[in-house]
Design a protein around this ligand. Structure first.
Ligand SMILES: C[S@@+](CC[C@H](N)C(=O)[O-])C[C@H]1O[C@@H](n2cnc3c(N)ncnc32)[C@H](O)[C@@H]1O
Length: 288
């Protein structure tokens, strides 16, 4: 690493590892962002990204336009399946890859409940698992957690016969949390990589993708202020102490909008980037 040809990948690696180190320092055990980290969050993730919330999502619409009834697809870092499950109805089969057993348990449970039979799960990180190629390979909200972006992307590109997609936030969650983060930690958060950094890493690999920035409706609602306090305490990596909860209660009580039973952040929508490229045929590829 470190030659002129992969400076963006080196920078990416540094951003992700510094941020994970900060997470580990503030909340020991969380910094690895391993399967276990997501296991604990699986039910909450499913509730906040529930399949019905995905119905109008621009990324799902884009995936549907790129697929048909005989297509095969791989969802890399599928989580609880908010894209894999609704996409499955219109394609031949979807392979859902994720290192978190908890996330995949919820995905399989929801597949049974919805009568979806053409989704296969593979447990493991994308970099380590071996999966066959597919017509469409996509990964939503995963790359910014992965230190070795270059390796991840080379594999994603090689696994896609027709289309490769990334879906990444285009407005960092940090921007929303920044005033609260500084209030509690007395310093800014270590910045993570953004979709713009991902574009430079792709360019280093010789990939010039199309990018479309879309607006996502913020559907997260908190039934009670206590639920909101728990969510923000977790996001801000704060200790579970009565004084922290009291402080958050005061701040969130002023900031959150909506009625009791449906409290929400003032941010109605957030932007996300759909990054798409057509992989070059294997025979014509120069080594990435
Ligand atoms: C923020 S969630 C996104 C889940 C889903 N794609 C979605 O949009 O709802 C991130 C997911 O990526 C998974 N993940 C983290 N690192 C991964 C890796 N190296 N390979 C594959 N999945 C990974 C986590 O286990 C987690 O389920």
């Amino acid at each position: 690493m470190g030659s002129d040809g992969n400076l963006a990948s080196v920078r990416w690696h540094r951003l992700v590892t510094c941020r994970l180190e900060e997470t580990e320092r503030l909340s020991p055990g969380l910094g690895s962002l391993s399967g276990a980290f997501w296991d604990r969050r699986a039910e909450r993730h499913a509730a906040s990204t529930y399949v019905t919330h995905t119905a109008g999502d621009p990324f799902l619409r884009r995936l549907r336009r790129a697929t048909h009834s005989s297509s095969t697809a791989i969802d890399v870092g599928a989580g609880t399946g908010r894209f894999a499950l609704p996409l499955a109805a219109g394609v031949k089969e979807v392979t859902a890859v994720d290192p978190s057993a908890g996330m995949l348990d919820v995905l399989r449970r929801d597949a049974r409940r919805l009568g979806v039979r053409n989704v296969t799960t593979v447990r493991g990180s994308w970099e380590e698992t071996s999966t066959a190629v597919a017509d469409v390979v996509f990964s939503a909200f995963v790359l910014t957690l992965v230190p070795e972006a270059r390796r991840f992307l080379i594999k994603l590109d090689a696994a896609a016969r027709q289309h490769a997609f990334l879906y990444l936030g285009a407005y960092s969650g940090d921007a929303v949390l920044d005033p609260l983060w500084r209030h509690f930690h007395g310093a800014p958060r270590a910045p993570g990589p953004t979709y713009l950094d991902a574009l430079v890493v792709l360019r280093e690999l010789g990939i010039e993708p199309e990018v479309k920035v879309v607006e996502l409706i913020n559907r997260r609602r908190f039934a009670t202020l206590d639920q909101a306090i728990e969510h923000y305490r977790d996001a801000l990596l704060l200790a579970d102490l009565p004084c922290v909860r009291r402080e958050l209660e005061g701040l969130l009580g002023i900031w959150l909008l909506g009625r009791r039973g449906a409290l929400r952040s003032p941010l109605r929508t957030t932007p996300a980037a759909i990054i798409h490229w057509t992989p070059r045929p294997m025979s014509g590829r120069s080594p990435r």
